[in-house]
Design a protein around this ligand. Structure first.
Ligand code: SF4
Length: 347
């Protein structure tokens, strides 16, 4: 279901009423009959949602407007925790579909809805639950034991249900280390994050062949050229980046780790190898540094096209409609929640 923002409020207004409205002072707080074409300022949206018991969560890869409108901005792990702790009756999730599913799993009593139901994720799409289950059967036969399956949180609820434990980029090392050394591990769906874990932990794993189309497109050549131009700059890259990019980086960190690091510096230039909207958060929370997006501001390939489907207009419409709603098929709820809970219990 997609929202169409209809100009009905404008066309149905009578001339006399329109004239009368034009001389009234602008309302500070919109009502439920507000024209959906007029999107208020982010703080007005947030207050409007608060009054109606709606918690707005936004991922750090959302654009600045959505980050400002949210009650809480964070990475996947922070948002999962926030959803689990939330007593909210309703959550509007500005992120992609698997994140809203995660919120629903951890906060089952809440209505969970999103600005755009089509906001998916190429990485999540690269691992289908039925293919995973087949592969697990194949590996169990081949190895004589079922491997422990660790799923990066960027996957569907159906995939989470087929896994033993979930991880995020922020806690993936701890999750891998929690599996006894003698047990084989199948890591899904991101082969780059899995490869980075293998390198840094020295632990062999079977890797699913998935990748994020945004992180895979960073150009090493451009990054090296930027490094030559800014020799004092530190390169931060996300573990979803390919090895060639990670190898020319000073730090490989998840988004929360990057935020912690930039806050510890002052007057430093950073080249940022992850979704470029994260820079909005850096500039807000650590404005003392300079941030340059890799591979370059003119290249749109460092913006997630799925996150970009969520717009201020769709957020505003979604809050009014309390939809489109995200549900998780009953059969996946308990096993997926168990796998998530194992991760939350570890930290
Ligand atoms: S940046 Fe990549 S992993 Fe993150 S939501 Fe977009 S496609 Fe998925």
């Amino acid at each position: 279901m997609r929202f169409q923002v209809e100009p009905r409020a404008l066309t149905s207004i009578s001339r006399t009423k329109a004239d009368r409205i034009s001389v009234l002072p602008a309302p500070t707080m919109p009502t439920d009959t507000t024209d959906l074409l007029t999107v208020p300022e982010p703080d007005v949206i947030r207050d409007w949602a608060t009054e109606r018991g709606i918690l707005i969560l936004a991922h750090s890869y959302q654009d600045g407007f959505l980050q400002e409108a949210a009650h809480f901005v964070g990475d996947s792990l922070e948002l999962a925790r926030k959803a689990a702790e939330a007593q909210a009756k309703a959550i509007c999730f500005c992120g992609v579909h698997f994140m809203a599913e995660t919120a629903k799993l951890l906060c089952p009593e809440a209505e969970v809805f999103v600005p755009d139901l089509d906001a998916g994720c190429s990485l999540a799409d690269s691992c289908k639950a039925e293919d995973l289950v087949q592969y697990q059967k194949h590996l169990t036969q081949k190895l004589g034991q079922r491997p422990v399956t660790i799923a990066y949180v960027n996957c569907s609820a159906a995939v989470k249900a087929a896994c033993d434990i979930i991880c995020t980029s922020g806690n993936a090392r701890e999750v891998v280390e929690s599996v006894p050394a003698e047990q084989p591990i199948l890591f899904v769906p991101d082969r780059h994050l899995g490869g980075w874990l293998q390198e840094t932990l020295g632990r062999e794993m079977l890797l699913w062949n998935g990748a994020c189309e945004v992180h895979e497109l960073f150009s090493v050549e451009t990054l090296l050229a930027m490094k030559a131009e800014h020799p004092q700059a530190l390169v931060l890259s996300h573990p979803e980046c390919p090895k060639a990019v990670r190898d020319v980086s000073d730090y490989v960190l998840g988004t929360a780790g990057m935020l912690r690091l930039v806050k510890e510096h002052a007057g430093q230039t950073f080249l940022i190898g992850t979704e470029a909207n994260l820079i909005y958060r850096f500039e807000k929370e650590a404005p003392q540094n300079t941030y340059l997006p890799a591979p370059g501001a003119s290249c749109a390939c460092n913006l997630c096209p799925y996150m970009a489907l969520n717009t201020p207009e769709k957020l505003w419409a979604s809050l009014h409609a309390r939809g489109p709603v995200v549900e998780v098929e009953e059969v996946y709820v308990e096993p997926a929640r168990r796998a998530l809970q194992r991760m939350l219990d570890l930290n």
